[in-house]
Write a protein that binds this ligand. Structure first.
Ligand code: FAD
Length: 425
């Protein structure tokens, strides 16, 4: 990373960024790329500089990976690049009238522009259910992962509450470590909130082949310390005992600062298509934000969303125009499966599954147009679909040939294929 571009005679505005996660880190990179001329101050409540969060449920648990190996860049590197970093201190009060941000240390920062990149926190079980007094694990940051890894190292078994991506990734990592793994899920299938039933079925079968057992449609009524390990009680009367229990039932956007400042909040911090909040000097990006799409407010939790929203804000701070209209994408690694999703599956009216040996592609469509694609070990299809869907050009009639090669749909701009040409011979 080169130094932020700052001509000496330019008036210097101060940009304060709350959060040092993926969105903040991508923002710094984009500001640099677009030659931002102001002063940048990053404030983060974690003691670590910006780091790569997705490995926390994957290689960090199953392999010998140290926290420092996840850092994008060190505090020194950020400082050398002209970014002022305040780590290990939370922002506690935002005053949009005075344009100030108060920190837990008592310091008050003034800003011209401010970006909220506060991410999300793990959703917990109700207090009436969790009787472990702090012995239930969650997984959001390095501190959580270090604790989980240490406990997992001493235990023979783990019970995971929640079969979303984080829960299943930890299940895979634990199974690879030889642990006995039980996954408990309230919905009738795994990945119910985030992926279609076809992908979910293939993923569950892979877990079962690695010895993971599932309790689906199972509500947890009580979690309590046992003579040995922790007991998880289910509504049907079953008791699951495990050395470690992880609660992975989703995340809640961190909106307290925004709410305290009187900004519009609706689950996440409400933004427009420019990622601007209800206060014109304040933007919100990443997991903490919601943005408008087709009359709905959408909140995404992915590296793509954090990075692309960061770029939209950076461009505007550098005097360029930019709007956020994503074709979202996501990935997850479990065993030898690379799961990738692109698009918005919600509202699809059908799906088409194609499988070849260990690779699968599930096309979700509406009115003949492909709206989302889930793949397993089919990265090439995923990448091509990303490009084609960004151009709005992917139609179901393109997919009816079994050996169809998506790359045939991709032509450099100016040589676009029309719909009738898209069906492979
Ligand atoms: C275990 C795990 C695995 C994941 N795997 C994947 C994956 O495979 N693929 C994928 O696309 N996405 C994955 N994600 C999601 C992805 O990591 C998030 O979408 C991304 O980190 C969002 O970036 P963010 O900057 O919005 O939030 P974060 O990265 O969470 O950063 C927010 C930061 O703000 C800090 N903060 C909050 N409030 C304050 C405050 N008041 N003052 C100061 N600092 C504050 C937080 O402590 C945090 O450090 C995973 C997430 C987790 C937890």
């Amino acid at each position: 990373m080169t130094e932020l571009f700052r001509p000496s005679d330019a008036p210097v505005e101060t940009l304060v960024v709350v959060g040092t996660g993926h969105a903040a880190s991508a923002l710094v990179a984009s500001l640099n790329q677009h030659r931002y001329q102001g002063r940048v101050v990053l404030v983060g409540d974690e003691k670590h500089p910006p780091y790569n969060r997705p490995p926390l449920s994957k290689k960090f648990l199953s392999e010998d990976v140290q926290p420092q190996e996840l850092y994008f860049r060190s505090e020194d590197q950020l400082a050398k690049n002209g970014v002022e970093v305040r780590l290990g201190v939370a922002a506690v009060e935002l005053n949009p009238l005075a344009h100030t941000l108060k920190l837990g240390s008592g310091d008050v920062l003034s800003y011209d522009k401010l970006v909220l990149a506060t991410g999300a926190g793990p959703r917990g079980l109700p207090r009436s259910v969790d009787e472990t007094e702090g012995n239930l694990n969650v997984l959001r940051n390095i501190a959580d992962a270090v604790r989980l890894k240490a406990e997992l190292g001493r235990a023979q078994s783990i019970a995971i509450i929640g079969a979303g991506y984080v829960g299943l990734e930890v299940a895979a990592s634990s199974a690879l470590l030889g642990k006995r793994v039980t996954v408990i899920e309230a919905a009738p299938r795994v990945l119910a909130r985030v992926a279609g039933p076809e992908l979910a079925g293939i993923v569950q079968a892979a877990h079962e082949a690695h010895g993971v057992s599932f309790r689906l449609e199972s509500m947890v009524t009580r979690v309590a310390q046992a003579a040995s390990g922790i007991d998880v009680f289910l509504a049907d009367g079953e008791r699951v005992n495990a050395g470690v229990v992880l609660c992975a039932i989703g995340a809640v956007p961190n909106v307290a600062l925004a709410e305290g400042a009187g900004l519009a909040v609706n689950r996440g911090i409400v933004t427009d298509t420019r990622c601007a909040t209800s206060d014109e000097r304040i933007f919100a990006i990443g997991d903490c934000a919601t943005f408008p799409r087709d009359g709905d407010l959408v909140q995404l939790e992915s590296v793509q969303n954090a990075s692309d929203q960061a770029d939209v804000v950076a461009r505007q701070l550098c005097g360029l125009e930019a709007e956020y209209a994503p074709v979202p994408w996501f990935w997850s690694d479990q065993y030898d499966l690379r799961l990738q999703s692109v698009g918005f599956r919600k509202g699809s009216d059908g799906s088409l599954l194609r499988s070849k040996e260990n690779s699968h592609a599930i096309w979700h469509h509406r009115d003949g147009r492909v709206v989302a694609l889930d793949t397993i070990n089919a990265s090439r299809d995923h990448m091509m679909a990303r490009k084609l869907m960004a151009r709005g050009e992917l139609h179901l009639n393109s997919l009816h040939e079994v050996e169809f090669d998506l790359s045939r749909l991709w032509a450099p701009s100016g040589q676009r294929l029309n719909a009738s040409e898209r069906v492979a011979p």
